[in-house]
Structure formats: structure tokens, C-alpha cells
Design a protein around this ligand. Structure first.
Ligand code: NDP
Length: 290
């Protein structure tokens, strides 16, 4: 028997989540502050709750996906006496601290808490490209893993609810770093007329894919603290700011590249020129508290 599911919040994301459960045959109850947004889902077979209390009573698992944690808390606060025995899965985007506070509050009201970070846009939900990060109650995750996997590939990161939002932000930072490199590379090649599309598909993507394959080795260096250079030392890489200088000559701003180069130079100046690139992390990572 499929678990009944309640979805609270029917914005762009919440409606897609709810539709996915309906499509997979779950008895799905939906609630939204603006009730009109439930109409389409009800047409597909969802049950539209007028009162939030009815939506909460309808299912053992409550999936909440609203604008922010303030909105989530605003909805759940008056219902605190009704949460006992439920599993609350909060897929609203927020900070690690917000997730911890929400987790404590939910547990104090007798419910299990899972925080989630959705690494996908609504159109990717329920496709192989959707990834959702979870942290919080392991029991809740294991009990409802199959339900949660309807939405996309799930990764459970640990019992601290802060882990999902923290890793969500870390992944996005990785993405923006890559996008920053992408626009500078395209601008530089484009300064002599190369079309972005040709350059991207023929040259940049294969090159970046090759570079991505070096990441596990860099990650190992970071974990072990052994950064001894094998192929390309930092001193060699930071000897000249050729990329910055050529950018200026070509009339291209190097402002996405410059901060990385500054860190590489600083690391060399501090005596680590013989290290590999990964050693630059020592300039930015959290210091162990003494
Ligand atoms: P929308 O703006 O489409 O929907 C926002 C939802 O929040 C609506 O259901 C809205 O209700 C509700 N809401 C806002 N304020 C309140 C409030 N004070 N009380 C009750 N309900 C409230 O946003 P999305 O659906 O796109 O996003 C929802 C969450 O999912 C966000 O945290 C977002 O960061 C996250 N997310 C979204 C992604 C996306 O691509 N869309 C990707 C990954 C995460 P009403 O209809 O009444 O206004």
C-alpha cells in the first residue's frame, strides 16, 4: 500500500511535487494559502484541504515547500498540537541555522524532522536529473525513502538538519564558480570573433570534463593534507598573470578570474609554491578551533 502524502505549499515547486505523488498513485492531500492554486491538482485526483488542520491529519508524512522558513513556521505554528507522530519533510530553501531551529521545534512537538535541499527546477522533478539532499531523522528517511525517491535521486547526509542546506549551498557555489569561468572563457575567445556556441561545445566542454576528472585527486590531497605537486606546481601556475594581462589587452574584464589568481599568488608568497592547486584551500577553509 502506498503511503498517503500531504503537500503544503503549491507554488511552482510544491505543485510539481504534489503532481508527482498523484501521478504515482499516492493518495495526495494538498493545501495552499491561496486555495485556488489547488484546483488543477484536484482535477488530477488530489484531495484539496480547505483547512490546514485537515491537510495535516490526512497523512503520516507532510511535505512542506513554501517561499521561506518564516512562511513554513507561520503555517505550522498554530498546528503545533497536531504534529505529534508525523514526519515533517521541509523542502523549503533556507540556511543551516534555520534548518536546525526548525528541526528542534518540530521534534519538541513529537514529530520527526527531515530537511531537504532540492537541486532541480520543477520541470526536472521526477526525472533522472533531479537530486534532493536530505538531513535529519534517519528513521524518517529510511521509512519514507521510496516515497521521497518519487521526486528524484535522494542523498541522506546525516542526522544534523543543517547538512542538507549547507551542502545545497556548497553545490551552488561550485556551480557559480564554473559559470564564472565559463563566461570569462567565452568572452576571451569571443574577443577575436569566436562564436560562443562553437567554442563551448567543441573546446570548452571537453576541456572542463578532463579537468573535472582531476577533482577526486585534489579532494584526496585536501583530505590528507599532502599537496605535493606532481604535474603542475602553484609557483609555475602563478608565475605570470598571463590570463589577466591578455584579458586587458583584448578588452575583456578579468574580474571573475582575478580573485582565484590572487589566492594562488598569496599561497606561493607564503612559501607553498611547490604545492598543487588544491593547497589554496588552506587560505579559505575553516580553521580547526584550538
Ligand atoms: P513560489 O513563489 O512559486 O511559491 C511560493 C509558495 O509559498 C506558494 O505556495 C505561496 O503561497 C507560499 N507562501 C509564501 N509566503 C507564504 C506565507 N507567508 N504563508 C503561507 N504560504 C506562503 O516558489 P517555488 O514553489 O518556486 O519555491 C518554493 C520553495 O522551493 C522555495 O524555498 C524555493 O527556494 C525552493 N526551490 C525552488 C526551486 C525552483 O526552481 N522553483 C528550485 C529549488 C528549490 P501563495 O500561493 O498563497 O502565495
Amino acid at each position: 500500500i502506498l503511503a498517503p502524502v500531504t503537500v503544503i505549499g503549491l507554488g511552482a515547486m510544491g505543485s510539481k511535487l504534489a503532481r508527482t505523488f498523484v501521478n504515482n498513485g499516492h493518495v495526495t492531500t494538498v493545501w495552499n494559502r491561496t486555495p485556488e492554486k489547488a484546483a488543477e491538482l484536484v482535477g488530477l485526483g488530489a484531495s484539496g484541504a480547505t483547512e490546514i488542520a485537515d491537510a495535516i491529519a490526512a497523512s503520516p508524512i507532510l511535505i512542506i515547500c513554501v517561499l521561506d522558513y518564516d512562511a513554513a513556521r507561520h503555517i505550522l505554528e498554530p498546528m503545533r498540537e497536531k504534529l505529534s507522530g508525523k514526519v515533517v519533510v521541509n523542502l523549503t530553501t533556507g540556511t543551516p541555522e534555520e534548518a536546525r531551529t526548525m528541526g528542534t521545534w518540530i521534534r519538541n512537538h513529537g514529530a520527526e524532522y527531515l530537511d531537504g535541499g532540492i537541486m532541480a527546477v520543477p520541470s526536472l522533478i521526477a526525472t533522472p536529473h533531479a537530486v534532493i539532499l536530505y538531513s535529519g531523522s534517519q528513521t524518517a528517511y529510511e521509512t519514507y525513502k521510496q516515497v521521497l525517491e518519487r521526486l528524484g535521486t535522494s542523498h541522506y547526509l546525516g542526522s544534523d538538519p543543517a547538512l542538507a542546506p549547507l551542502n545545497d549551498l556548497a553545490l551552488l557555489s561550485g556551480m557559480y564558480g564554473m559559470f564564472g569561468g565559463f563566461i570569462h572563457a567565452v568572452a576571451l575567445a569571443g574577443s577575436e570573433g569566436t562564436k560562443a556556441e562553437d567554442f563551448t561545445t567543441t573546446l570548452l566542454m571537453p576541456f572542463l570534463q578532463a579537468m573535472i576528472s582531476t577533482m577526486p585527486e585534489m579532494a584526496k590531497q585536501i583530505d590528507t593534507g599532502d599537496y605535493s605537486a606532481k604535474d603542475a606546481s602553484l609557483a609555475m601556475q602563478a608565475a605570470h598573470d598571463t590570463i589577466g594581462e591578455v584579458s586587458r589587452v583584448q578588452g575583456v574584464s578579468a574580474e571573475t578570474f582575478a580573485p582565484i589568481f590572487e589566492l594562488m599568488k598569496r599561497r606561493v608568497e607564503e612559501g607553498y609554491g611547490g604545492d598543487d592547486f588544491a593547497s589554496v584551500i588552506e587560505l579559505i577553509r575553516k580553521r580547526p578551533s584550538s
